[in-house]
Design a protein around this ligand. Structure first.
Ligand SMILES: Nc1ncnc2c1ncn2[C@@H]1O[C@H](COP(=O)(O)OP(=O)(O)OP(=O)(O)O)[C@@H](O)[C@H]1O
Ligand SMILES: [Mg+2]
Length: 312
């Protein structure tokens, strides 16, 4: 353990850490669990594919909610004796092209499969055949699909993936879930009509966090990441207000970063606690382009932003 007076575990502020509790996302998790929970419960009688889209702007918790849901549904399946895997892919990271993307997916499910000499379609077929043979089920989560479709308009991944059940027509599908994550529904404009219709209507929205919601999330995280009493309430309120206002607009990643750097600054300055002035200093550096005009336009949070400006 570090001897820090400020931090207990700064890793808990990392964007890669998925907390067990996600305040204000219960509804989204519950909806996912109710959709896929039922399919898992009925798996013996024949499973089928259900497609869901998660849609919301930057930092509204789409990725962490999907990953947390993945853990929960796999636990649920295990209790029922169903061998379910949740495979998460980020289309930006895991595949520049369809072939690479399917290779990444297959690699997570069938480690022994060599995809090098296979066509993209053949990779998916091998994957499905493997699942059928092994009596296993899969939910595939494709994050940042909007990015992929924009970068590769000719690579019809939605077509390929949503037609998986048609590989074995009339038979149950071992791929029971496909979760497509995007920042808006705009990416669907690039799809062909047939693709759009197979995507269906299962859309779960992630509204932007309000200042109160950001506050709740931060309070939860502060307990894990900081020493008791090491962050002043005023500092958290400032972060929450700034995060909920333009130009940040509820991006929780920004709030956590601001908290992390404010904590680091407080520590470097030898302070006992993280105070609003630490937040202001960091925010000032993150926002060198914020002009007086910007600040005046946002008059509903004017006093706070005036405070911030004062620190610059
Ligand atoms: N409800 C929540 N409770 C706790 N932490 C949260 C919550 N929502 C978001 N976070 C945290 O905020 C950060 C951003 O969330 P996440 O990556 O899930 O956003 P996103 O909607 O996927 O954004 P993007 O569109 O930019 O990919 C992560 O570190 C995540 O852990
Ligand atoms: Mg994300």
């Amino acid at each position: 353990m570090s001897g820090s007076k400020i931090f207990r575990d700064r890793g808990k502020l990392s964007p890669y850490y998925i907390p067990k509790v996600l305040p204000h996302r219960d509804e989204q998790i519950e909806r996912l669990l109710s959709i896929y929970g039922r399919i898992v419960e009925d798996a013996e009688r024949g499973a089928y594919l259900r497609i869901v889209q998660l849609v919301g702007s930057a930092g509204t918790g789409k990725t962490c909610t999907a990953l947390r849901f993945g853990e929960l549904i796999v636990e649920h399946a295990k209790r029922l004796g169903v061998n379910l895997q949740f495979a998460y892919l980020n289309c930006k990271v895991d595949g520049a092209k369809r072939h690479v993307l399917y290779g990444s997916l297959a690699g997570k499910v069938v480690p022994t499969l060599s995809t090098r000499s296979l066509s993209p379609e053949a990779i998916l077929r091998q994957l499905v055949e493997y699942l059928r043979r092994e009596d296993r089920y899969l939910i595939a989560c494709l994050d940042e699909v909007d990015y992929f479709v924009q970068a590769n308009p000719k690579e019809h991944i939605v077509y390929d993936l949503t037609r998986i059940p048609e590989m074995f027509p009339g038979e149950p599908s071992p791929v029971i879930g496909e979760i497509f994550i995007s920042r808006s529904l705009k990416w669907r404009e690039r799809l062909e009509e047939g693709e759009k219709s197979t995507l269906g209507l299962g859309i779960i929205r992630f509204p932007r966090y309000t200042a109160d919601q950001v506050m709740d999330i931060l309070e939860e995280r502060v307990e894990e990441a900081f020493q008791p009493g090491a962050v002043e309430l005023d500092a958290l309120e400032l972060i929450s207000d700034v995060t909920a206002s333009p130009p940040v607009n509820g991006d929780m990643r920004f709030a956590l970063d601001l908290l992390y750097y404010a904590g680091t600054l407080a520590e470097n300055m030898g302070a006992e606690r993280v105070r609003p002035e630490h937040v202001r200093r960091v925010y000032g550096e993150l926002n060198p382009t914020l002009t007086t005009e910007d600040i005046m336009i946002k008059n509903h949070t004017g006093s706070l932003l005036d405070d911030l400006r004062g620190a610059g």
